[in-house]
Write a protein that binds this ligand. Structure first.
Ligand code: CA
Length: 715
């Protein structure tokens, strides 16, 4: 052990010494530094959003509308996980590095697809219950000869890029709490920056910087204040008065789980801050207030971790309106002046253009229909709210658009500076927010202060069809100067992939219908499509080796919408999870194997024997503890791909004893299904079984009436 520790330290020192660039003895490759990330010419892809401005625009143009028809599969690699795949790969020195579900890492020769190494951080399966939105990971950061990985259970790990060997590992969160890490780290001047998620589970958000060489924490920036008097930093003291009640007891939220961008000239790191914990402001901060710095874009002086400025998109948020969505930087000519701007299309449905030096609000407009606000006040930069949407104040339910999964979620956008267009993987959604009465936080499960049982989708085909009709997925080309749409493509449903734009005049996007598609970026005309056999949610990237351009995307359906949206989760079609890295080039001739055979399983639940009040009690428990993973109204439509079991089809429904072994005893904790004995009694747990039996029988009757398709289970 001692030898191993010494070796690790020696490697860390060596890597640190090489972080300025140059050859190294350990890997034979060239170190990554800030200059290499900033000057990236498109041959490589060195950081999550390609460059620090996160534009996801590649100067490569070999693949273009004239030859896109010749684009074919160069090679593919099967992943060994069957959960959501959200990562953007990195390409460095001819090798491609990708993270997959459960925070695993894989390295391949980028030209041949030959596997080089893989790394499994062995995240305990029970961590899955802390994750709101599937056990996903969005990618790596690179510096020197190391790669940096955030793991679902909150570790930050440095790997030797040549071998995949662990160099150091730092626990970045209090692992007793429901923090999770799914985002890609960024590295700036030898500092690895990583945040975390967990705002649905009562945590206090922060982002922190670690020394790339050693893993030592350099600074930590909280996004919400501690109790009054306990805050040292001025920006946190200034935030105290924007909160009411004993907010510090329930965490407050404000997690920094995805977006970051960096301006080297200004020395500013920009982070997107998440929603309040709990969502319902009446419980989080009774009496209201802006609740700084929830749902804000915050600029941090990266050297010291000091606050520079903030812009709050949704003051006093109560709808899960995170501002963690993709932040991108660009220089735009606005009113005859070149402005250094920051752009974001957060969940709340407005597209924001902000001065990134000062935080000054420049403009905003909604990119999809919204009903929580009528607009953003040009003078104050504050939303003009619809009072009915303020369910925390009215105490009455209201169907709010967008819903908690947003008008745009984590799926990366792309920016084409030549055409001055931002491509937004957007969605049109709504959600019935019902403020919970007499709500108390629970030590396990979803803690949002809303009634997540009584808003379940009813077993009524007319209602279900109406909900589907009102829900859409769209790819929007948005002019950020004019704040208006140039073109849009309407897709089969929400939760489509991230976007890549190239100098070849192309926009690439995978979608929930199971296709990987190229569009002409000027008009939005579809030029090429590849059947990926699975829903694609991750963003594509591109690279070039020896004069040949490649486009890569990690396919594999999953994530929040896929697991939780119930009957709406597969409205793009019956999507299965087949997780694969797909790499394309002009003239590529590789072929995917045929789709694996699917078994048709009848929905054949036990007869309902319980009384109506037992079923109703089960519905309440299910809504509070089960919906977020097993799906709204016990429907896990996307579970056809085996992401999370659809309980209506569970063989365990027939046995009260086996049901208790799992839900009370925690027999499946290694799969993420921990014991709920600390929050529910055995009779309550059994009532969930009766509720699921009732739901399954309702749906069986609906299917018989409609001649609807049967459940498809993947082998
Ligand atoms: Ca959230």
């Amino acid at each position: 052990m001692r030898l191993k520790a010494l070796m690790g330290a020696a490697l860390a020192l060596l890597a640190a010494a090489c972080s300025g660039g140059g050859e190294t003895a350990t890997t034979g490759t060239t170190g990554i530094d800030g200059a290499r990330i900033i000057k990236a010419d498109g041959g490589e892809w060195l950081s999550y959003g390609r460059t620090y401005d996160e534009q996801r625009y590649s100067p490569l143009d070999q693949i273009n509308p004239g030859n896109i028809g010749e684009l074919g599969l160069a090679w593919y690699a099967d992943m060994d996980t069957a959960r959501g795949q959200e990562a953007t790969p990195l390409v460095i020195d001819g090798k491609i590095y990708v993270t997959t579900a459960w925070s695993k890492v894989k390295a391949y020769d980028a030209v041949t697809g030959k596997p080089l190494w893989d790394f499994d951080p062995k995240v305990p399966g029970e961590t899955g219950v802390k994750a709101c939105c599937d056990v996903v990971n969005r990618g790596l950061a690179a510096w020197g000869n190391m790669l940096f990985l955030g793991t679902l259970d909150g570790r930050l790990i440095a790997l030797d890029r040549g071998t995949g060997r662990e160099i150091w590992s730092t626990v970045t969160v209090d692992q007793a709490k429901s923090y999770t890490v799914t985002g890609a780290p960024r590295v700036i001047d030898g500092m690895v920056i990583i945040g975390n998620g967990g705002a649905e589970f009562g945590v206090r958000g922060f982002v922190a910087a670690y020394d790339a060489a050693t893993g030592k924490q350099l600074w930590k920036f909280y996004t919400v204040p501690d109790r009054p008097g306990a805050n040292e930093a001025e920006y946190l003291k200034a935030a105290e008065s924007s909160w009411k009640g004993e907010y510090w007891n329930i965490g407050g939220g404000g997690t920094v789980w995805d977006a970051m961008a960096y301006d080297p000239a200004l020395g500013l790191l920009y982070v997107g801050v998440g929603n309040g914990s709990p969502w319902n402001q009446a419980y989080r901060s009774p009496g209201g207030g802006d609740n700084l710095y929830l749902s804000s874009i915050v600029a941090i002086r990266v050297k010291t971790g000091e606050y520079a400025w903030h812009y709050q998109t949704t003051p006093g948020e109560t709808w899960d309106y995170t501002a963690t969505q993709h932040i991108m930087l660009a220089d735009l000519e606005i009113d005859g002046k070149t402005r250094k701007v920051l752009m974001q299309a957060p969940k709340n449905g407005f597209f924001y253009v902000i001065d990134r030096a000062t935080g000054e609000f420049i403009s905003a407009n909604n990119f999809v229909p919204v009903n929580w606000a009528t607009g953003v006040d040009q003078a104050t930069g504050r939303p003009v709210e619809n009072p009915e949407a303020r369910v925390d104040k009215t105490g009455k339910p209201f169907v709010v658009s967008p819903g908690p999964l947003g008008a745009h979620n984590w799926h990366p956008m792309a920016f084409d500076a030549k055409q001055k267009l931002v491509f937004i993987p957007a969605q049109i959604t709504a959600y019935p927010y019902i403020p919970a009465a007499g709500w108390k936080p629970s030590k396990l499960g979803f803690n949002v202060g809303m009634d997540t049982a009584n808003n379940a989708m009813p077993a009524d085909n007319a209602v279900r069809e109406a909900a589907k009709k009102a829900t859409k997925g769209v790819l929007i080309a948005w002019d950020p100067v004019a704040q208006k749409e140039r073109w849009r493509v309407t897709l089969g449903g929400p939760w489509n992939g991230g976007v890549l734009a190239t100098a070849g005049g192309l926009v690439f996007q995978g979608n929930a219908m199971g296709n990987f598609v190229a569009y002409d970026s000027a008009q939005g005309k579809q030029l090429w499509s590849f059947p990926a056999q699975t829903g694609v949610v991750a963003a594509p990237m591109t690279f070039a080796i020896d004069g040949q351009q490649y486009v890569a995307v990690l396919a594999g359906w999953g994530g929040a919408w896929a697991i939780t949206a119930g009957v709406l989760s597969d409205m793009s079609g019956p999507v299965r999870n087949i997780s694969r890295l797909l790499v394309f080039k002009l003239g590529g001739k590789a072929k995917l194997p045929d789709m694996p055979a699917a078994d048709e399983l009848p929905l054949d639940p036990p007869a309902l024997t319980a009384a109506a009040d037992v079923v109703a009690g089960g519905a309440t428990q299910y809504g509070r503890y089960c919906t977020v993973c097993h799906g709204d109204a016990a429907i896990q439509a996307s579970g056809r791909g085996g992401i999370i079991p659809d309980l209506r089809y569970s063989g365990t429904l027939a046995s009260a004893e086996n049901w208790q072994t799992i839900v009370h005893g925690g027999a499946l904790k290694d799969n993420g299904m921990v014991s709920f004995a600390s929050v529910m009694t055995k009779p309550q747990i059994d009532s969930i079984r009766h509720y699921v039996i009732a739901r399954a029988n309702e749906d069986k009757a609906l299917m018989a009436k409609a001649g609807a398709p049967k459940k498809v289970a993947m082998k």
